[in-house]
Design a binder for this molecule. Structure first.
Ligand SMILES: [Zn+2]
Length: 130
């Protein structure tokens, strides 16, 4: 076994939080780039909902907030929307993950509520007519 004090400077150590680079309040799962002063990937609590994926088989859909805290030298390497906190919708069984800006997530949420209201009303009408 090698003690922690013996490592040489070439060994990459995980990035650590500092006073100026903490976690957002909602971060529950933090992944640290395994280099000194590297990026952090903050992930919020996951909500998983059972949906149908084009088959009759229920599959999980997971929604959570995320934020990649990159170093200034890496800014501008992705669309600007992805360099701010975002929302992910992950459907691992379909191999799909969508990344939404908060604004797009609100739009999706409003559209889902509207569509759910319409579907519920149609269901009520159909079951009352029978
Ligand atoms: Zn974090």
């Amino acid at each position: 076994m090698v003690s922690d004090d013996d490592h040489d400077d070439d060994i990459e150590v995980p990035s650590r939080h500092s006073r100026t680079r903490g976690c957002p309040d909602w971060c529950v799962q933090c992944m640290h780039e395994p280099v000194r002063d590297g990026a952090f990937w903050h992930r919020g609590p996951a909500t998983t909902i059972s949906v149908y994926g084009g088959t009759t088989r229920p599959i999980p859909l997971t929604i959570r907030a995320g934020y990649m805290d990159k170093l200034p030298k890496d800014w501008g390497t992705e669309p600007a929307d992805l360099e701010k906190p975002y929302v992910t919708m992950d459907v691992p069984d379909e191999g799909r993950m969508f990344t939404l800006t908060p604004a797009a997530a609100y739009e999706v949420a409003a559209a889902l509520i509207s569509a759910a209201d319409a579907a519920n009303a149609a269901h009520r009408a159909a079951t009352q007519a029978a």
